[in-house]
Ligand binder design. Structure first.
Ligand code: PBG
Length: 330
């Protein structure tokens, strides 16, 4: 008995375009480009030598006197920008954030002079500068005084603009701060300094390693009364719209991996650059799993960056920036 052979019912052969590395590369939808990445940099006024951060493998806190070396490395890797965080000599009630001789303004001036070709972004927040570790001024009842915090943020942003920041990036999540900072910058003559607002910043468990790196864990309570509640995506879009209305030039979603839906929704609705911050815990978790031999670091890291890019992020702040640029360059 012969069995009739005929062409199977038509089905689509997806495999054809996956057959070789050349074909896969040809039809790739999302491409990684270090020019769209921002490297977080910790500048510590108390140090004379770079000091490794245990919770962020491969990263150090840098003294002002040496931070240009890191900026040069980033520029050589064709990374698009640096995001500067400062650890002051001494913490106070938050005023130290605006000190023109503080770690961030000093580093901005040094890098601006030595490495002109890289975008400089200054994080604006009080938590690294306050003795209590909260992002704002404390109110009498032990909460955060939103409105009393705004002038301090404005002073810090103005000081960073003065020192040469291309963008100031408020990450404190106080209401009304983008409008206040825009007005302060304009009055001081810094009309060309842009604002990258951490508009949708969630109260995340993934910030753990950063708080060790920046020495800014709250000494009591947590940040849930000012950062966003993780389930709220609609509210994130309202936060973003509000910051744009107040004058933000770019917005950021943070963290990135657990909030890809927010990135995608923001990208679909808006015509401004959308940034995403792959935060310290996202980075440290991949490193920790790789150290145990449970995942391949390079493949997992690249896949995480591809996911954030595919979701629609134009710019990615990532601790993988230098490593991943080296991987892509091979
Ligand atoms: C606060 C700030 C934080 C991060 C950036 N800016 C920490 C926080 O809100 O507790 C987290 C970044 C990271 O985890 O990589 N100024």
């Amino acid at each position: 008995m012969t069995i009739a052979t005929r062409a199977p019912a038509a089905f689509r052969r997806f495999h054809r375009l996956r057959r070789t590395p050349a074909l896969r590369s040809l039809v790739r939808e999302a491409r990684l480009d270090p020019a769209a990445w921002v490297l977080p940099v910790f500048v510590d006024a108390r140090l004379a030598e770079p000091t490794p951060i245990a919770s962020l493998p491969g990263h150090s806190r840098w003294p002002v006197s040496r931070v240009v070396e890191l900026a040069e490395r980033a520029a050589a890797a064709r990374i698009g920008g640096l995001l500067l965080f400062g650890l002051p000599d001494e913490k106070d009630d938050g005023g130290a954030a605006a000190d023109p001789l503080g770690p961030v303004p000093s580093a901005l001036r040094a890098i601006r002079r030595a490495v002109p070709g890289i975008a400089l972004i200054a994080d604006v927040c009080l938590c690294e500068y306050t003795t209590h570790g909260h992002c704002g001024v404390l109110s009498r009842d032990g909460g955060i005084d939103n409105d009393a915090t705004l002038p301090l943020l404005c002073a810090a942003a103005t000081s960073y603009a003065e020192a040469g920041a291309d963008l100031v990036a408020p990450s404190d999540m106080m209401d009304g701060r983008v409008g206040a900072i825009r007005a302060a910058l304009d009055v001081a003559g810094h009309t060309e300094t842009a604002i990258l607002s951490y508009a949708a910043k969630f109260a995340s468990a993934f910030y753990g390693p950063f708080r060790e790196a920046a020495d800014c864990a709250p000494q009591f309570g947590d940040r849930t009364a000012y950062q966003m509640d993780p389930p709220n995506a609609r509210e994130a879009l309202a936060e973003i719209a509000t910051d744009l209305a107040e004058g933000a030039d770019m917005i950021m979603v943070k963290p990135a991996g657990p909030y890809l839906d927010v990135i995608a929704a923001a990208r679909a609705r808006l015509d401004v650059p959308v940034a995403a911050y792959q935060v310290s815990g996202e980075y440290a978790a991949l490193h920790a799993a790789a150290e145990r031999g449970w995942i391949d670091l390079e493949r997992a890291a690249v896949e995480s960056l591809v996911g954030i890019t595919r979701a629609g992020a134009d710019v990615i702040c990532t601790y993988f920036a230098l490593e991943a640029a080296a991987w892509l360059g091979r």
